[in-house]
Design a protein around this ligand. Structure first.
Ligand SMILES: NC(=O)c1ccc[n+]([C@@H]2O[C@H](COP(=O)([O-])OP(=O)(O)OC[C@H]3O[C@@H](n4cnc5c(N)ncnc54)[C@H](O)[C@@H]3O)[C@@H](O)[C@H]2O)c1
Length: 247
């Protein structure tokens, strides 16, 4: 039977890669984003939605109105800045989209997720936390706080929703090569983005590295996982690698 997912942030980066993967695997996808998206097809249904806006999110899930086997919340923004001079507008934006938006989408999707859940096939929610939630870094304080909150929401939603057949987990990527990171990666900007550390694997992630772990979370193999935040960081956060280490 065809499975159905709603994916937020589906127009770019990790959300786009997840959308393409699920479409390739025969899923029907409701793709939510505030950015422009391709035209709809039989299996691809773009919906214009601002995840930080409760009215917009309510309308989006009312329009979906079909049982959902999965919700994948990728919509997010990054704003950098030292805490002493970060603007209140940037702080609010990051918290509103990354944390409030994730909460709103999960809450509005819940009845649809419960409608699709069976004892053998629990529905899945995958939230996007970040390595920043587990090991914050300077110049990204608001972003780290927004993602730490997502990790805590993941735990509580998992405990509250697993009894009704909805398994909630989060992924915590390190640096992923997406437009979000490329937009702020000017090495000459002194207070700009810096990678989340050095992966001992020897490269930063591609969106597909994250989507492969999503595919596992959507599979039967993940039927007993709930409340976890899984690092997808190539070991970046596993151990501190001192500057000048000669491994
Ligand atoms: N790229 C990384 O290094 C990295 C690392 C850890 C976590 N993440 C998280 O992964 C998720 C996806 O990031 P990405 O790198 O693919 O970013 P991206 O910028 O490539 O894509 C984000 C998408 O979210 C959409 N979006 C932003 N605000 C929105 C809103 N209010 N309503 C609806 N859609 C909105 C954008 O239009 C865009 O299509 C984010 O939550 C991000 O915080 C990214």
């Amino acid at each position: 039977m065809t499975k159905t997912a709603a994916i937020t942030g589906a127009a770019s980066g990790i959300g786009l890669a997840a959308t393409q993967r699920l479409l390739t695997e025969g899923w029907t996808v409701y793709a939510l984003d505030r950015a422009a998206q391709p035209a709809s097809t039989d299996s691809f249904h773009p919906i214009h939605c601002d995840v930080a806006d409760a009215t917009s999110v309510t309308a989006a899930f009312a329009a979906i109105a079909t049982p959902l086997n999965a919700l994948i919340c990728c919509a997010g923004v990054l704003r950098t800045g030292l805490m002493e001079d970060m603007s209140i507008e940037d702080f609010d934006l990051v918290l509103n989209i990354n944390t409030r938006g994730t909460f709103l989408c999960a809450q509005k999707a819940l009845p649809l997720l419960r409608a699709a859940a069976t004892p053998d096939n629990p529905s899945r929610v995958i939230l996007l936390s970040s390595l920043a939630a587990l090991r914050p870094k300077v110049v990204s304080g608001a972003y780290a706080a927004s993602k730490a909150a997502v990790t805590q929401l993941t735990r509580v939603m998992a405990a509250e929703w697993a009894p009704s057949g909805v398994l909630v987990n989060a992924l915590a990527p390190g640096t992923v090569d997406t437009p979000m990171v490329r937009a702020v990666s000017d090495p000459t900007a002194s207070k700009g983005y810096r990678p989340s550390g050095v992966s001992p694997v020897g490269r930063i992630a591609q969106p597909e590295d994250v989507v492969d772990v999503m595919a596992f979370l959507l599979s039967d193999g993940a039927r007993y996982l709930a409340g976890a935040t899984i690092p997808v960081d190539g070991g970046t956060g596993a151990a501190f690698i001192p500057v000048g280490s000669n491994m």
